[in-house]
Design a protein around this ligand. Structure first.
Ligand code: ATP
Ligand code: MG
Length: 289
């Protein structure tokens, strides 16, 4: 009896995954860093909005175990998280919420911790929930916590593209390098993108990126691509306090123009569709096996 039910669930799970694969294919991009507090969430939120202004449909998966940072930056109150989905308390439609310019956000919350121990039913619920992002989405950004923990690495390794945020501080540079080094051992990404945040000027940003590129080229088998930079700008801190993205509040600020350049570069890197959520989910399951 158990075997029959088990097989049926296995088939259902496979079918869902097949449907996910057959659907649209957003680019799934994990945004991470070695050191914490370098500006990942700020980048994800404002970059998402910049991309919506370029006619892209964007979703954010907040995979930070700690505070619901994305929601705080947007001044929103999530009504549930991935945890509620995994345990069947809520549906994806009940926990997804819409931010400015139509960006859709799902909060991982304490559901992130559960991923390593999911039973088959939990996995099916996860597939169903995350495949929601396949519909009508061009970009899915995954805002991770900082550092080399298993949960962070699982999401980063499963995403088809990775952006490492780094500031010019020496500790941020060495921690970014450590993160890229660990990622290179997974051998799943031919390259990673770098966004330099909080540099005093473009020159310092280029220097920071070139330091990482040099040491990576010398010691690791992974390419580093400097996507762009967002300079130090007081509008960023002010926008955090006002819970309104700076790209909306101050579109002409220095930080906003840096961010728009990052968005244009991302769009220019590859115009073809991404691999979608099916690819992300199957990789995630392999990593958590
Ligand atoms: N370009 C910038 N100019 C000025 N301040 C900035 C800039 N980018 C980020 N900050 C400041 O840094 C703080 C931390 O940013 P953010 O929360 O986005 O970092 P994080 O990497 O997501 O942090 P965590 O690792 O805790 O998730 C923000 O409150 C903001 O005030
Ligand atoms: Mg954050």
């Amino acid at each position: 009896m158990r075997d029959q039910a088990f097989n049926l669930r296995a088939i259902a799970s496979k079918n869902i995954l097949k449907n996910v694969k057959a659907g649209r294919s957003p680019r799934v991009i994990a945004v991470t860093s070695g050191k914490g507090g370098v500006g990942k969430t700020s980048l994800v939120v404002n970059l998402s909005i910049a991309l919506t202004k370029m006619s892209q449909r964007v979703a954010i998966f907040d995979a930070d175990l700690g505070m619901a940072n994305v929601e705080i930056l947007l001044g929103l109150n999530p009504s549930g998280s991935l945890y509620d989905i995994l345990y069947g308390n809520k549906t994806i439609n009940e926990i997804i919420f819409e931010g400015q310019c139509g960006i859709r956000i799902v909060s991982g919350g304490s559901g992130i911790q559960e991923l390593a121990n999911l039973d088959r039913q939990g996995r099916e619920r996860l597939i169903e929930a995350l495949s929601y992002f396949n519909d009508c989405t061009d970009f899915v950004f995954i805002d991770t916590g900082a550092g080399i923990s298993r949960n962070v690495l699982g999401f980063v390794a499963a995403a088809e593209e990775v952006i490492v945020v780094v500031t010019p501080e020496p500790t941020s540079i060495t921690d970014a390098y450590s993160m890229i080094k660990v990622l290179s051992t997974y051998k799943v990404h031919p390259g990673v993108g770098i966004v330099v945040n909080r540099a005093s000027n473009e020159e310092e940003a280029l220097l920071t990126a070139s330091k990482i590129a040099a040491v990576t080229k010398r010691f690791l088998q992974i390419k580093v691509n400097h996507i762009g930079s967002v300079c130090e700008d007081r509008v960023v801190g002010q926008a955090v306090k006002d819970q309104c993205p700076f790209i909306l509040r101050k579109p002409d600020a220095v930080a906003s123009s840096g961010l728009q350049a990052v968005a244009r570069a991302l769009l220019g890197v590859q115009s073809q569709a991404g691999k979608g959520m099916g690819n992300f989910i199957s990789k995630l399951f392999r990593l958590y096996r």
